[in-house]
Design a protein around this ligand. Structure first.
Ligand SMILES: Nc1nc2c(ncn2[C@@H]2O[C@H](COP(=O)(O)OP(=O)(O)OP(=O)(O)O)[C@@H](O)[C@H]2O)c(=O)[nH]1
Ligand SMILES: [Mg+2]
Length: 197
């Protein structure tokens, strides 16, 4: 993962969770810390969030380009900052609410890259692509900006089918079986064995 920039997007309002889910605890760590740990091997690590909201040692705070406009806007900020700092290359983009992501998960995605690919997404058990724990190339930045300017807000629109590689669920399951577990509600966290703040 030395050639990949990490980016955690953390500008959401956790409406379904009812309090800031980035700070909810699971096994002695916050959800945000769990996700960050999965990406600790990346040399540059970006936290896209309102300035001053979170303290995450070793992570560079990056403000949203379009605050409150959702994770696609978070991706725009992450790709722009990654390009500025390191030139063209890959970004591992994650939400705050996937505490079971692991280095092996990210390595599986990184290993699936092809020279033509501009996005790498894992498929879940039902075959649905998972855009919130995926690799995106900085070459997508202009396309992402155009989508946002056109009113698009769905993150999955960033992964254009023609240049997206899918990683089958069985390949994820083999290395990181719970990686795609996602916390949207307190019940989701309880199912993982955690509790609210
Ligand atoms: N940078 C940034 N990240 C966002 C924004 N909106 C959502 N996110 C992040 O995107 C990820 C997935 O979003 P959701 O699961 O919908 O989280 P959320 O929007 O906080 O939660 P809900 O209010 O319940 O939809 C989380 O890591 C959020 O923090 C935003 O406007 N900017
Ligand atoms: Mg949301």
């Amino acid at each position: 993962m030395r050639d990949v920039t990490a980016a955690v997007t953390a500008g959401g309002r956790s409406r379904r969770f009812g309090s800031d889910k980035a700070l909810a605890r699971l096994g002695g760590r916050t959800l945000l810390e769990h996700v960050a740990a999965s990406l600790a091997a990346c040399p540059l690590r970006l936290l896209v969030a309102p300035p001053g909201q979170y303290a995450l040692p070793g992570w560079v705070s990056v403000p949203d380009t379009r605050p409150g406009e959702g994770p696609l806007a978070g991706l725009e900020a992450a790709l722009g900052h990654a390009r500025l700092q390191r030139g063209e290359g890959w970004v591992a983009f994650a939400g705050v609410d996937m505490p079971r992501l692991t280095p092996a998960y990210w390595a599986a995605l990184a290993g699936a890259r092809t020279p033509e690919a501009r996005a790498v997404l894992a498929l879940d058990a039902a075959g649905r692509p998972q855009p919130l724990a995926a690799l995106y190339h900085t070459a997508l930045l202009e396309q992402v900006t155009a989508l946002l300017n056109g009113g698009e807000r769905r993150l999955r629109a960033a992964a254009l089918p023609a240049c997206t590689v899918s990683v089958p669920f069985r390949a994820i399951q083999a290395v990181s079986p719970d990686a795609l577990r996602n916390v949207n509600t307190p019940a989701d966290l309880a199912a993982l064995g955690g509790a609210g703040p």
